[in-house]
Write a protein that binds this ligand. Structure first.
Ligand code: UGA
Length: 423
């Protein structure tokens, strides 16, 4: 099928490259000329394992990036994959969704074939039906007989996005009319996952609910972890025993410094704001955010308890990305930790295998080491903030931690001299 993807960011690029790899003809549209050029040169503007291989295989054949909306009118479907960043009050900012919808509509004015606009961006329930639909139809000056609408949320994890896209647990397709839904489902014909067909708003809500539930699991594990810590119990032993109950499941019960990234914090906040506007007090969602907010301070408090006054002390912060296998520092738990350490007058030396340059934009004033070993050399104490597998090997490779205070915000070290935030 001929497909256009609006947005060459994380979701759009992975979606476009994977669809092309499955044999569809795909054009990715982005407003950033540098990004368009990079993609067309078969280079990934973001770090995602396997993505550059897909670009190598498909660019110049059935995948291309473009600044113009020309491909929309000859495509069967257009996927909206633009960002929905948080507003000041935690609600989702839909400016890019609205402008993409208007541009799609304008591009469809002279189209002669049926076209389906599919929203893939994470949006509050109601957005596809009440914002995208009228914006496209009015700009195109067409009716719903000529343009259909569907909502198809993504469930991609950074660092494993290609694998998640190619082998999904489920494919959710929301639509008000069957023809539009069928068209969107057709794109996934070669995928073997179950397809869940819903209304538009239910599909939007499935995405928010999935992220909110996963975030709830993490905050729950963290709260139990905090209790375990006080009682001298290892929460990882506890969660192993708990998670083997198939009704609970083992995933997303890893206690630690809390969840970060561009999705969980933003989506739980946005759902809370939505709940409030709907007259519902989101008690659980608020607690999920509260627990998450507090974990980084717990880590610094633990360090202070062991190391005493942190003023003038040299503290190594290992791991700056919001999780391993990415250079993304958005809402990384390392950010509040560094802020708190700076407030206490600590001298920080930070290291991350990939995310150093991105963190440098936020904290240009701290020192960045070239390796974990370098960061640890002169340090009085160390906080481990990201579960990079290579950190697990530090103890074996260097005898650097022997006389240091090491607090783990993620369970990764195989050294029992380290103290865990929840274990
Ligand atoms: C998350 C979801 O997992 C995806 O399904 C979803 O599509 C995506 O958001 C999105 O909305 O686009 P992602 O943010 O890439 O994906 O990362 P996760 O692997 O879910 O991790 C999020 C955060 O939770 C990380 O900071 C991670 O360290 C933390 N986490 C995860 C824990 O603290 N404990 C766990 O057990 C699991």
């Amino acid at each position: 099928m001929n497909i256009t993807v609006i947005g060459g960011g994380y979701v759009g690029l992975v979606t476009g490259a994977c669809f092309a790899d499955r044999g569809h003809d795909v054009t990715i549209i982005d407003v950033d000329p540098a990004k368009v050029r990079t993609i067309n040169e078969k280079r990934a503007p973001i770090f995602e394992p396997g993505l550059e291989n897909l670009l190598m295989r498909t660019i110049g054949k059935n995948l291309r990036a473009s600044l113009s909306y020309d491909s929309v009118s000859t495509s069967a479907l257009t996927f909206i994959c633009v960002g929905t960043p948080p507003n000041e009050d935690g609600s989702a900012n839909l400016t890019h969704i609205e402008s993409a919808s208007c541009s799609i509509g304008t591009a469809l004015q002279n189209a002669t074939r049926y076209h389906v606009v599919v929203v893939k961006s994470t949006v509050p329930p109601g957005t596809t039906g009440t914002l995208v639909r009228p914006a496209v139809l009015i700009s195109a000056n067409k009716t719903e007989n000529e343009i259909g609408f569907a909502m198809n949320p993504e469930f991609l994890r950074e660092g494993r996005a290609i694998e998640d896209f190619m082998t999904p647990d489920r494919i959710v397709i929301g639509s008000t009319d069957v023809r539009a839904g069928d068209c969107a489902a057709e794109v996934y014909r070669s995928f073997s996952a179950p397809v869940v067909r819903t209304g538009l708003s239910a599909a939007e809500m499935i995405k928010y609910t999935s992220n909110a539930f996963l975030a709830t699991k993490i905050s729950f594990a963290n709260e139990i972890g905090n209790i375990c810590k006080e009682l001298g119990i290892d929460v990882y032993e506890v969660m192993k025993g708990v998670g083997l109950d198939q009704r609970i499941g083992q995933q997303f019960l890893n206690a630690g410094a809390g969840f970060g990234g561009s999705c969980f914090p933003k989506d739980v906040s946005s759902l809370s704001v939505l709940a409030g506007r709907a007259g519902v007090d989101p008690k659980i969602l608020r607690a999920v955010l509260d627990v998450n907010e507090y974990q980084p301070y717990r880590l610094v408090a633990l360090l202070e308890k062991k190391a005493g006054n942190l003023s003038g002390k040299r503290i190594a912060v290992l791991g700056l990305a919001f999780k391993d296998n990415t250079d993304d520092v958005r809402d990384s738990r390392a950010i509040p930790v560094i802020q708190e350490l700076l407030k206490r007058g600590a001298r920080i030396v930070a290291f991350d295998p990939m995310a150093g340059p991105n963190m440098q934009k936020i904290f240009p004033e701290i020192e960045y080491a070239l390796s974990a070993g370098d960061a640890l050399k002169e340090a009085d104490g160390c906080l481990v903030m990201t579960e990079w597998p290579e950190f697990g090997r530090i103890v074996q490779e260097f005898d650097l931690m022997a006389h240091k205070i090491v607090i783990e915000g993620r369970r990764i070290l195989s050294w029992n001299g380290a103290e865990g935030i929840c274990w």
